[in-house]
Design a protein around this ligand. Structure first.
Ligand code: SF4
Length: 367
Protein backbone atom coordinates (compact mmCIF):
# COMPACT_ATOMS: atom_id res chain seq x y z
CA UNK A 1 0.00 0.00 0.00
CA UNK A 2 1.40 3.39 -0.90
CA UNK A 3 1.56 5.99 1.89
CA UNK A 4 -0.83 8.20 -0.03
CA UNK A 5 -3.47 5.48 -0.51
CA UNK A 6 -6.85 6.66 0.72
CA UNK A 7 -10.23 5.02 0.14
CA UNK A 8 -13.88 6.02 0.17
CA UNK A 9 -16.59 3.48 0.89
CA UNK A 10 -20.16 4.44 -0.08
CA UNK A 11 -22.95 2.29 1.32
CA UNK A 12 -26.11 2.01 -0.80
CA UNK A 13 -28.78 0.34 1.37
CA UNK A 14 -31.36 -0.63 -1.24
CA UNK A 15 -32.16 -4.02 -2.77
CA UNK A 16 -34.93 -5.40 -4.97
CA UNK A 17 -35.44 -8.31 -2.59
CA UNK A 18 -33.67 -9.64 0.49
CA UNK A 19 -31.67 -12.86 -0.01
CA UNK A 20 -32.19 -15.52 2.64
CA UNK A 21 -28.60 -15.46 3.93
CA UNK A 22 -28.15 -11.67 4.01
CA UNK A 23 -27.57 -9.69 7.20
CA UNK A 24 -26.35 -6.48 5.55
CA UNK A 25 -28.02 -3.14 6.28
CA UNK A 26 -30.36 -2.87 3.33
CA UNK A 27 -34.01 -2.07 2.58
CA UNK A 28 -36.37 -3.53 0.00
CA UNK A 29 -39.27 -1.13 0.51
CA UNK A 30 -37.62 2.30 0.53
CA UNK A 31 -37.35 3.36 -3.11
CA UNK A 32 -39.18 6.58 -2.29
CA UNK A 33 -36.20 7.52 -0.10
CA UNK A 34 -33.50 6.94 -2.73
CA UNK A 35 -33.17 10.55 -3.97
CA UNK A 36 -33.09 11.86 -0.40
CA UNK A 37 -30.41 9.30 0.37
CA UNK A 38 -28.31 10.31 -2.64
CA UNK A 39 -28.57 13.97 -1.59
CA UNK A 40 -27.51 13.06 1.97
CA UNK A 41 -24.53 11.03 0.76
CA UNK A 42 -23.40 13.94 -1.43
CA UNK A 43 -23.77 16.30 1.54
CA UNK A 44 -21.71 13.97 3.74
CA UNK A 45 -19.03 13.66 1.05
CA UNK A 46 -18.91 17.44 0.68
CA UNK A 47 -18.46 17.98 4.41
CA UNK A 48 -15.58 15.49 4.52
CA UNK A 49 -13.85 17.17 1.58
CA UNK A 50 -13.98 20.44 3.47
CA UNK A 51 -12.01 18.98 6.38
CA UNK A 52 -8.76 18.14 4.66
CA UNK A 53 -9.71 14.69 3.37
CA UNK A 54 -7.29 13.75 0.58
CA UNK A 55 -8.41 12.74 -2.91
CA UNK A 56 -9.35 9.07 -2.97
CA UNK A 57 -7.08 6.58 -4.68
CA UNK A 58 -9.93 4.08 -4.53
CA UNK A 59 -13.68 4.19 -4.04
CA UNK A 60 -16.03 1.30 -3.47
CA UNK A 61 -19.83 1.33 -3.75
CA UNK A 62 -21.22 -1.55 -1.70
CA UNK A 63 -24.50 -2.38 -0.09
CA UNK A 64 -27.16 -3.32 -0.46
CA UNK A 65 -27.17 -3.21 -4.22
CA UNK A 66 -25.60 -0.04 -5.65
CA UNK A 67 -26.80 -1.00 -9.12
CA UNK A 68 -30.39 -0.97 -7.84
CA UNK A 69 -30.18 2.84 -7.73
CA UNK A 70 -31.42 4.54 -10.91
CA UNK A 71 -28.29 5.19 -12.98
CA UNK A 72 -28.73 9.01 -12.85
CA UNK A 73 -28.56 8.87 -9.05
CA UNK A 74 -25.45 6.69 -9.06
CA UNK A 75 -23.83 9.11 -11.51
CA UNK A 76 -24.74 12.01 -9.19
CA UNK A 77 -22.75 10.43 -6.35
CA UNK A 78 -19.86 9.53 -8.65
CA UNK A 79 -19.70 13.18 -9.69
CA UNK A 80 -19.34 14.24 -6.05
CA UNK A 81 -16.29 12.09 -5.35
CA UNK A 82 -12.90 13.75 -5.04
CA UNK A 83 -10.73 11.23 -6.87
CA UNK A 84 -6.98 11.06 -7.38
CA UNK A 85 -5.75 10.45 -10.95
CA UNK A 86 -6.11 6.77 -11.96
CA UNK A 87 -8.29 6.00 -8.94
CA UNK A 88 -9.91 2.57 -8.83
CA UNK A 89 -13.71 2.99 -8.60
CA UNK A 90 -15.70 -0.20 -7.98
CA UNK A 91 -19.48 -0.63 -8.04
CA UNK A 92 -21.19 -3.80 -6.86
CA UNK A 93 -23.92 -4.97 -9.22
CA UNK A 94 -26.59 -7.60 -9.29
CA UNK A 95 -26.73 -9.58 -12.57
CA UNK A 96 -30.22 -8.36 -13.44
CA UNK A 97 -28.97 -4.74 -13.45
CA UNK A 98 -26.16 -5.34 -15.95
CA UNK A 99 -26.79 -3.79 -19.35
CA UNK A 100 -24.62 -2.17 -22.00
CA UNK A 101 -26.33 1.21 -21.48
CA UNK A 102 -25.90 1.18 -17.72
CA UNK A 103 -22.25 0.13 -17.95
CA UNK A 104 -21.59 2.81 -20.56
CA UNK A 105 -22.99 5.49 -18.26
CA UNK A 106 -21.00 4.14 -15.32
CA UNK A 107 -17.71 4.07 -17.25
CA UNK A 108 -18.36 7.61 -18.53
CA UNK A 109 -18.87 8.70 -14.90
CA UNK A 110 -15.53 7.26 -13.77
CA UNK A 111 -16.25 3.66 -12.77
CA UNK A 112 -13.23 1.44 -13.48
CA UNK A 113 -14.37 -1.86 -12.00
CA UNK A 114 -17.61 -3.73 -11.28
CA UNK A 115 -18.19 -6.67 -9.00
CA UNK A 116 -21.16 -8.81 -10.00
CA UNK A 117 -22.89 -11.12 -7.53
CA UNK A 118 -23.67 -14.12 -9.73
CA UNK A 119 -23.25 -16.59 -6.78
CA UNK A 120 -23.96 -19.72 -8.90
CA UNK A 121 -25.28 -20.66 -12.33
CA UNK A 122 -27.40 -23.54 -10.99
CA UNK A 123 -31.01 -22.45 -10.58
CA UNK A 124 -31.72 -24.80 -7.66
CA UNK A 125 -28.66 -23.39 -5.82
CA UNK A 126 -29.84 -19.83 -6.42
CA UNK A 127 -33.31 -20.81 -5.18
CA UNK A 128 -31.77 -22.38 -2.08
CA UNK A 129 -29.96 -19.09 -1.38
CA UNK A 130 -33.18 -17.14 -1.85
CA UNK A 131 -31.77 -15.33 -4.88
CA UNK A 132 -34.15 -14.19 -7.59
CA UNK A 133 -31.90 -13.89 -10.66
CA UNK A 134 -31.32 -16.71 -13.14
CA UNK A 135 -27.89 -18.17 -13.66
CA UNK A 136 -27.98 -19.58 -17.14
CA UNK A 137 -27.25 -16.35 -19.04
CA UNK A 138 -23.86 -15.78 -17.45
CA UNK A 139 -21.82 -15.96 -20.68
CA UNK A 140 -23.97 -13.29 -22.34
CA UNK A 141 -23.58 -11.18 -19.24
CA UNK A 142 -19.79 -11.60 -19.33
CA UNK A 143 -19.76 -10.54 -22.99
CA UNK A 144 -21.65 -7.35 -22.14
CA UNK A 145 -19.18 -6.48 -19.37
CA UNK A 146 -16.14 -7.34 -21.47
CA UNK A 147 -17.40 -5.02 -24.23
CA UNK A 148 -17.96 -2.13 -21.83
CA UNK A 149 -14.39 -0.86 -21.76
CA UNK A 150 -13.91 -1.64 -18.06
CA UNK A 151 -10.29 -2.34 -17.26
CA UNK A 152 -11.05 -5.02 -14.74
CA UNK A 153 -13.99 -6.67 -13.06
CA UNK A 154 -15.02 -9.43 -10.73
CA UNK A 155 -17.68 -12.04 -10.21
CA UNK A 156 -18.79 -13.13 -6.75
CA UNK A 157 -19.64 -16.76 -6.04
CA UNK A 158 -21.06 -18.53 -3.00
CA UNK A 159 -20.31 -22.19 -2.32
CA UNK A 160 -21.93 -24.56 0.15
CA UNK A 161 -25.65 -23.87 -0.31
CA UNK A 162 -28.07 -26.68 0.50
CA UNK A 163 -28.64 -28.86 -2.56
CA UNK A 164 -25.38 -27.79 -4.22
CA UNK A 165 -23.20 -30.63 -5.49
CA UNK A 166 -19.55 -30.65 -6.55
CA UNK A 167 -20.79 -30.79 -10.13
CA UNK A 168 -22.92 -27.68 -9.61
CA UNK A 169 -19.87 -25.78 -8.45
CA UNK A 170 -17.67 -27.13 -11.23
CA UNK A 171 -20.31 -26.25 -13.84
CA UNK A 172 -20.59 -22.74 -12.40
CA UNK A 173 -16.84 -22.31 -12.76
CA UNK A 174 -16.96 -23.55 -16.37
CA UNK A 175 -19.84 -21.17 -17.14
CA UNK A 176 -18.09 -18.20 -15.53
CA UNK A 177 -14.49 -18.84 -16.58
CA UNK A 178 -14.14 -21.01 -19.66
CA UNK A 179 -14.59 -18.47 -22.42
CA UNK A 180 -12.87 -15.38 -23.80
CA UNK A 181 -14.93 -12.90 -21.78
CA UNK A 182 -14.19 -14.39 -18.35
CA UNK A 183 -13.81 -12.01 -15.41
CA UNK A 184 -10.18 -11.48 -14.41
CA UNK A 185 -11.10 -11.54 -10.70
CA UNK A 186 -13.26 -13.90 -8.65
CA UNK A 187 -14.46 -13.54 -5.06
CA UNK A 188 -15.75 -16.85 -3.73
CA UNK A 189 -17.29 -17.16 -0.30
CA UNK A 190 -18.32 -20.17 1.70
CA UNK A 191 -21.92 -19.81 2.84
CA UNK A 192 -22.13 -18.54 6.41
CA UNK A 193 -25.23 -18.49 8.59
CA UNK A 194 -25.86 -15.00 9.95
CA UNK A 195 -28.07 -14.55 12.97
CA UNK A 196 -31.58 -13.22 12.30
CA UNK A 197 -31.69 -14.27 8.64
CA UNK A 198 -34.26 -16.64 7.11
CA UNK A 199 -31.37 -19.05 6.56
CA UNK A 200 -30.53 -19.10 10.26
CA UNK A 201 -34.10 -20.15 11.08
CA UNK A 202 -34.05 -23.01 8.57
CA UNK A 203 -31.56 -25.53 9.91
CA UNK A 204 -32.22 -27.88 7.00
CA UNK A 205 -30.32 -25.43 4.79
CA UNK A 206 -27.33 -24.94 7.09
CA UNK A 207 -24.02 -25.84 5.43
CA UNK A 208 -21.94 -28.81 6.53
CA UNK A 209 -18.40 -27.91 7.64
CA UNK A 210 -16.76 -30.81 5.81
CA UNK A 211 -18.63 -30.05 2.62
CA UNK A 212 -17.57 -26.40 2.87
CA UNK A 213 -13.92 -27.38 3.30
CA UNK A 214 -14.10 -29.70 0.31
CA UNK A 215 -15.76 -27.03 -1.84
CA UNK A 216 -13.05 -24.52 -0.89
CA UNK A 217 -10.35 -26.95 -2.00
CA UNK A 218 -12.22 -27.49 -5.25
CA UNK A 219 -12.52 -23.75 -5.80
CA UNK A 220 -8.86 -23.13 -5.15
CA UNK A 221 -7.69 -25.96 -7.40
CA UNK A 222 -10.00 -24.98 -10.26
CA UNK A 223 -9.14 -21.29 -10.05
CA UNK A 224 -5.40 -21.90 -9.72
CA UNK A 225 -5.55 -24.27 -12.70
CA UNK A 226 -6.99 -21.43 -14.79
CA UNK A 227 -4.35 -18.90 -13.74
CA UNK A 228 -6.20 -17.18 -10.89
CA UNK A 229 -3.93 -16.84 -7.86
CA UNK A 230 -5.36 -16.42 -4.37
CA UNK A 231 -4.39 -13.11 -2.76
CA UNK A 232 -6.83 -13.23 0.15
CA UNK A 233 -8.70 -16.20 1.59
CA UNK A 234 -11.83 -15.45 -0.48
CA UNK A 235 -10.26 -13.67 -3.46
CA UNK A 236 -8.46 -14.89 -6.58
CA UNK A 237 -7.23 -12.85 -9.55
CA UNK A 238 -5.20 -12.98 -12.67
CA UNK A 239 -1.94 -11.01 -12.36
CA UNK A 240 -2.54 -7.28 -12.07
CA UNK A 241 -6.25 -7.58 -11.20
CA UNK A 242 -6.21 -7.49 -7.38
CA UNK A 243 -8.77 -5.11 -5.88
CA UNK A 244 -6.83 -2.10 -4.60
CA UNK A 245 -9.62 -0.94 -2.31
CA UNK A 246 -9.84 -4.23 -0.45
CA UNK A 247 -6.06 -4.32 -0.21
CA UNK A 248 -6.28 -0.98 1.57
CA UNK A 249 -8.56 -2.54 4.22
CA UNK A 250 -6.26 -5.51 4.69
CA UNK A 251 -3.27 -3.19 5.06
CA UNK A 252 -5.06 -1.26 7.82
CA UNK A 253 -5.14 1.86 5.63
CA UNK A 254 -7.23 5.00 5.93
CA UNK A 255 -10.65 5.37 4.36
CA UNK A 256 -13.79 7.44 4.67
CA UNK A 257 -17.12 5.64 5.14
CA UNK A 258 -20.18 7.44 3.78
CA UNK A 259 -23.84 6.47 4.11
CA UNK A 260 -25.95 4.52 6.58
CA UNK A 261 -23.95 1.91 8.51
CA UNK A 262 -20.70 2.86 6.75
CA UNK A 263 -17.45 2.48 8.69
CA UNK A 264 -14.35 4.63 8.29
CA UNK A 265 -10.77 4.60 9.59
CA UNK A 266 -8.36 7.53 9.89
CA UNK A 267 -4.97 7.30 11.60
CA UNK A 268 -6.04 4.75 14.20
CA UNK A 269 -9.52 6.20 14.80
CA UNK A 270 -12.36 3.96 13.61
CA UNK A 271 -15.84 5.45 13.30
CA UNK A 272 -19.20 4.24 12.12
CA UNK A 273 -22.47 5.79 11.02
CA UNK A 274 -25.97 5.05 12.29
CA UNK A 275 -27.25 1.89 10.65
CA UNK A 276 -30.86 3.01 10.33
CA UNK A 277 -31.82 4.65 7.02
CA UNK A 278 -34.26 7.21 8.43
CA UNK A 279 -31.96 8.10 11.32
CA UNK A 280 -29.13 8.63 8.81
CA UNK A 281 -31.24 10.91 6.63
CA UNK A 282 -32.48 12.96 9.58
CA UNK A 283 -28.98 13.37 11.00
CA UNK A 284 -27.49 14.65 7.73
CA UNK A 285 -30.50 16.78 6.76
CA UNK A 286 -30.54 18.53 10.14
CA UNK A 287 -26.93 19.60 9.62
CA UNK A 288 -25.55 17.13 12.15
CA UNK A 289 -23.28 14.15 11.90
CA UNK A 290 -24.45 10.63 11.15
CA UNK A 291 -21.62 9.20 13.24
CA UNK A 292 -22.94 6.73 15.82
CA UNK A 293 -19.66 5.92 17.50
CA UNK A 294 -15.91 5.78 17.29
CA UNK A 295 -12.99 4.05 18.95
CA UNK A 296 -9.25 4.43 19.02
CA UNK A 297 -7.55 1.38 17.57
CA UNK A 298 -4.19 1.34 19.30
CA UNK A 299 -1.74 -0.80 21.20
CA UNK A 300 -2.55 -4.50 21.47
CA UNK A 301 -5.85 -4.15 19.62
CA UNK A 302 -4.15 -2.53 16.64
CA UNK A 303 -1.47 -5.21 16.63
CA UNK A 304 -4.08 -7.97 16.82
CA UNK A 305 -6.11 -6.47 13.96
CA UNK A 306 -3.03 -5.99 11.80
CA UNK A 307 -2.08 -9.63 12.24
CA UNK A 308 -5.68 -10.81 11.72
CA UNK A 309 -5.99 -8.88 8.45
CA UNK A 310 -2.55 -9.69 7.07
CA UNK A 311 -2.86 -13.35 8.02
CA UNK A 312 -5.72 -13.82 5.54
CA UNK A 313 -3.68 -12.41 2.64
CA UNK A 314 -1.10 -13.93 0.33
CA UNK A 315 1.35 -11.30 1.55
CA UNK A 316 1.24 -13.00 4.94
CA UNK A 317 2.51 -11.77 8.28
CA UNK A 318 6.13 -10.60 8.70
CA UNK A 319 8.21 -12.99 10.79
CA UNK A 320 9.11 -10.08 13.04
CA UNK A 321 5.43 -9.86 14.10
CA UNK A 322 4.69 -13.46 15.13
CA UNK A 323 6.36 -16.63 16.34
CA UNK A 324 3.98 -19.45 15.44
CA UNK A 325 3.88 -22.36 17.92
CA UNK A 326 4.93 -25.80 16.63
CA UNK A 327 1.39 -27.13 16.46
CA UNK A 328 0.62 -24.70 13.62
CA UNK A 329 2.99 -26.64 11.38
CA UNK A 330 1.22 -27.45 8.13
CA UNK A 331 -1.08 -24.46 8.52
CA UNK A 332 1.53 -21.75 8.03
CA UNK A 333 4.57 -21.79 5.79
CA UNK A 334 7.56 -19.51 5.60
CA UNK A 335 7.96 -17.48 2.42
CA UNK A 336 10.99 -15.23 2.58
CA UNK A 337 10.39 -13.20 5.73
CA UNK A 338 6.63 -13.79 6.00
CA UNK A 339 4.35 -16.45 7.41
CA UNK A 340 1.69 -17.38 4.85
CA UNK A 341 -1.34 -19.66 5.33
CA UNK A 342 -1.19 -22.99 3.54
CA UNK A 343 -4.33 -24.24 1.76
CA UNK A 344 -5.34 -26.10 4.93
CA UNK A 345 -4.45 -23.04 6.97
CA UNK A 346 -6.77 -20.90 4.85
CA UNK A 347 -9.61 -23.26 5.76
CA UNK A 348 -8.77 -22.80 9.42
CA UNK A 349 -7.73 -19.13 9.35
CA UNK A 350 -9.81 -18.14 12.38
CA UNK A 351 -8.47 -21.05 14.43
CA UNK A 352 -4.90 -20.21 13.38
CA UNK A 353 -5.37 -16.64 14.54
CA UNK A 354 -6.87 -17.78 17.85
CA UNK A 355 -3.92 -20.13 18.41
CA UNK A 356 -1.46 -17.34 17.66
CA UNK A 357 -3.16 -15.15 20.23
CA UNK A 358 -3.25 -17.86 22.90
CA UNK A 359 0.39 -18.71 22.34
CA UNK A 360 1.33 -15.07 22.59
CA UNK A 361 3.31 -13.01 23.17
CA UNK A 362 3.38 -14.66 19.74
CA UNK A 363 1.43 -11.70 18.41
CA UNK A 364 3.92 -9.01 19.17
CA UNK A 365 4.57 -5.48 18.17
CA UNK A 366 4.11 -5.10 14.50
CA UNK A 367 4.61 -1.54 13.43
S1 SF4 B 1 -28.50 -8.49 -3.06
FE1 SF4 B 1 -26.76 -8.53 -1.61
S2 SF4 B 1 -27.19 -6.91 -0.11
FE2 SF4 B 1 -29.11 -7.30 -1.25
S3 SF4 B 1 -30.21 -8.77 0.01
FE3 SF4 B 1 -29.04 -9.98 -1.47
S4 SF4 B 1 -27.06 -10.44 -0.46
FE4 SF4 B 1 -28.08 -8.78 0.70
Amino acid sequence: MSDSAFGVYVHIPFCAQRCDYCAFVTYTDAEDLEQRYVDAVITELGRATGTGTPPATSAFFGGGTPSHLPIEMLVEILGALDLAPSAEVTVEMNPEDVSADRLEAMVAAGVTRVSIGIQSTASHVLASLGRTHRGEAVRDLCAVVAASGLETWSMDLIAGAAGETDDDLLTTLVDVLDHDDAPPHVSAYLLTVERGTPLSRDTSRHPDEEVLAHRYELLDAELAGRGYGWYEVSNWARPGHDCQHNQLYWDGGDYLGVGAAAHGHRSGLRSWNVANLTAYLEAIESGGTAQAGCEVVAGEQRTFESVALRLRTRRGVPTSWIEPPLDLEGLLELEDDRWVLTLRGRLLADAVLARLVVSSGAVEASR
